[in-house]
Design a protein around this ligand. Sequence first.
Ligand code: SF4
Ligand code: SF4
Length: 139
Amino acid sequence: MNTIIKTLVPLLKGLAKTFSYIFKKPVTYQYPEKKREVSERWRGLHRLKTENGKLKCVACGLCEAVCPADVIKVERRETPDGRSFPVKFDVTVTRCIFCGYCQEACPKDAIELTRNYEFCDYTREDFDLSRDMLAKIGE
Ligand code: SF4
Ligand code: SF4
């Protein structure tokens, strides 16, 4: 008898919990018509910032050095007037762990992780973002 009670009580409790959801308002979002708000601290797709039409990045390589997943590749060049800029700035998004270290390490506030979480695509190569692609994100 004791064993039956010990089995039935948790079972009934579980069923009561399940049935209680019948009377609750559904929480399903009709995505993409309705989108969820994400936190201010959300770390989504990367973006290279521009100022007066030019990249803020000076290709110092700090983000590349700090990246724990080793997904940033930067190549530096100089203009004739001595200004550094990235001739190449690639991010392999499929291997990024969205830690945000690149954004924190940047001395020029040139890279940020946007709140964009909608970046599904069909092939892995579509997630290899180049400098110009990164600059266009968030425009
Ligand atoms: S968010 Fe982290 S893993 Fe992703 S590119 Fe930046 S430093 Fe690397
Ligand atoms: S994004 Fe910032 S940290 Fe990375 S290379 Fe450019 S200036 Fe340096």
